[in-house]
Write a protein that binds this ligand. Structure first.
Ligand SMILES: [Zn+2]
Length: 132
């Protein structure tokens, strides 16, 4: 149930207007108009607002961000920065840790990712051998 702003304020609650802060008159495009391959994305992406596939709100890409995506060969995001933050928290497990075994060497470890949930937790040594 969504309570209207007036009612929330009447009850002594706190209200935040979710404002979109884009330059006036900026051209908006849909994500299907954005090149999937970052190598094909031109600098004019910096001059438009991209409408999120999630909440349909527009967001902008800034120069430093575009440079980062190009350097790391990452596609332009399809969601607003806020939606991306919320999605990242799906992988945060309330900071709980579980006793488990290293996926590689069977050493007993503490991990926030459980083998029984389909993760492959590694012990410190196996992890370092894998990435360095
Ligand atoms: Zn191990």
């Amino acid at each position: 149930m969504i309570i209207p702003k007036e009612k929330v304020l009447e009850l002594g609650g706190w209200w935040y207007d979710d404002k979109v802060n884009l330059p006036e008159g900026i051209k908006l495009i849909k994500t299907n108009e954005v090149e999937l391959d970052i190598k094909n994305v031109k600098d004019d992406i910096l001059d438009v607002g991209i409408i999120s596939e999630g909440n349909s709100k527009p967001f902008k890409i800034v120069k430093e961000e575009l440079e980062f995506y190009r350097r790391k060969n990452i596609a332009i995001p399809r969601l607003t920065p806020y939606e991306r933050i919320v999605n990242r928290f799906k992988y945060v497990n309330n900071f709980k840790v579980f006793k488990d075994k290293c996926f590689k060497c069977d050493l007993e470890i503490l991990s926030s990712y459980k083998t029984s949930d389909g993760f492959k937790p590694y012990c410190d040594d196996c992890y370092k051998k894998e990435i360095y």
